[in-house]
Ligand binder design. Structure first.
Ligand code: DLL
Length: 437
């Protein structure tokens, strides 16, 4: 596949930075005028900080504005943050919020067009073409994943199978009979599919699958290798969040050196999550996004809670857009155990390097005698599970040592029976923190 054929919109994706900054500034000014006129939450924020939208002259001025947080969205539930009247809103989605009310987001007709364009960009970057048969196994509904990828695939001219999530046996039947070539789902559901394929004795080489577009949850490089080997595909990562648009905010090209962030539609900043201070280029911190073209639901300096790092050098693919490192997870998912900060993906990385460990695990944190205790329950292959006690114990000790040397954290590993950990159809839930009960 030649390089040009994997770029959907070369003008936008390969723009010189100087021109990109001019475009960002112009679009930012328009967005600020719109929210200052139409969104009471921003009117109040601007008034409190003495900010006048018309005064924004440079991109650096953005730093003078306060952040927008999930709490702002909660306080303005359901439609308080919308910047256009409902008659201009053609679609409503919401976040998969696990606690309290979900966040409601809206799109105008033009917002849907922008969203479609940005999804088409990352799908093309992952090598999807109009020859592909795209198997969308995200759940169709309020979640943005399925609709986002659906519209993007259609724009490319690919043939879409809107199978939705769940019913894995049927997924496999359709994959075999309809010759699905691109799989769209969460990485954890990708694994569930791989498990079921193995159980049914389906050889991945007998399928037409060649690429996977995975997103919506954190996953490690080791998980990528696992998915690639077991499904016989190239696995790519894509990122987004409903508050900002859904999928399409960033996605990998085939160089796979970070996800290209659609900077002509969003300004990205990296901040220290504790102090809110903007960090220098190349730092790891919390991603903050400002939308530049959204009409119905503009967001100014939205704190995503996702921890990542941005690289600004031009990628080998020719795109000039910043590349976002695989997120380590949300700052809310970071566990602090005995004072050590760990993300579940860091544990996943180590586990998957241990011969015999399966990619199915869960983390249980408890406080026992005033001490934090992390138990990692992990599935192992049958050979290890049915090994003699002594060998099993040696395996556990070895695995505990590896985690300790990688993360500086003493943990307890518990081997669990093959296929005993819940399989996921959507986003995985792997952490059970019982300390605050
Ligand atoms: O998950 C949007 C999406 C759908 C992205 C399909 C990609 C593919 P929400 O349900 O609002 O939206 O959840 C957003 O999921 O803040 C991240 O914490 C996490 N997330 C999304 N993509 C990735 C990724 C969709 N590639 C939240 N890697 C975000 C790691 C991800 N985390």
């Amino acid at each position: 596949m030649d390089r040009a054929s994997t770029i959907w919109n070369a003008d936008a994706e390969c723009m010189p930075r100087e021109r990109l900054c001019e475009l960002q500034l112009r679009r930012l000014q328009q967005t600020l005028l719109s929210v200052a006129k139409n969104v009471p939450c921003y009117q109040n924020k601007f008034r409190e900080t003495g900010f006048v939208a018309e005064d924004l002259k440079t991109l650096e001025d953005l730093g003078k504005l306060p952040f927008t947080t999930k709490e702002d969205l909660r306080l303005n539930y359901p439609y308080g943050m919308f910047a256009v009247p409902m008659r201009e809103v053609v679609r409503i989605h919401s976040s998969s919020g696990t606690t309290g009310k979900p966040t409601v987001v809206g799109y105008t007709r033009q917002d849907i067009q922008t969203w479609t364009e940005l999804v088409a960009r990352f799908m093309t970057a992952a090598g999807v073409t109009n020859e592909d048969i795209v198997h969308i196994a995200f759940g169709y509904g309020l979640f943005t994943g399925a609709f986002g990828l659906h519209y993007g695939s259609e724009a490319i001219g690919a043939s879409v199978i809107p199978i939705s999530g769940g019913n894995t046996d049927k997924q496999l039947m359709i994959m075999q009979d309809y010759r699905s070539s691109a799989l769209v789902c969460t990485p954890s559901y990708g694994l569930t599919i791989a498990d079921r394929m193995e159980k049914q004795g389906i050889d991945p080489q007998s399928l037409a699958l060649r690429v996977g577009l995975f997103g919506a949850e954190p996953w490690s490089e080791q998980m990528r290798t696992e998915l690639e080997q077991r499904l016989g595909i190239i696995a790519t990562d894509n990122y987004g969040l409903s508050e900002i648009m859904g999928p399409g905010v960033a996605g990998e090209c085939l160089c796979r050196q970070g996800m290209h962030l659609a900077e002509d539609h969003f300004i990205a900043e990296i901040i220290d999550p504790d102090t809110g201070v903007v960090l220098p280029q190349g730092s790891v911190g919390e991603l903050v996004l400002t939308s530049l073209t959204k009409q119905a639901f503009p967001m100014i300096r939205y704190r995503t809670r996702d921890i990542t790092r941005l690289a600004y050098d031009t990628c080998d693919c020719g795109r000039t857009l910043a590349r976002m490192e695989k997120t380590r997870g949300r700052s809310d998912d970071m566990l602090i155990i005995k004072g050590v900060n760990v993300f579940p993906t860091q544990i996943e990385e180590v586990l998957l390097q241990i011969e015999g460990c399966q990619p199915h695990y869960q983390l249980v944190v408890e406080r026992i005698n005033n001490q934090d205790q992390l138990e990692i329950q992990v599935e192992v292959n049958e050979k290890i599970f049915f090994d003699e006690m002594k060998q099993q114990r040696a395996f556990v000790t070895e695995a505990e040592k590896k985690i300790h040397s990688a993360l500086g954290l003493g943990v307890k590993i518990k081997l669990v029976e093959p296929a005993s950990i819940t399989r996921h159809e959507g986003k995985a839930c792997r952490v059970f923190d019982r300390r605050s009960r």
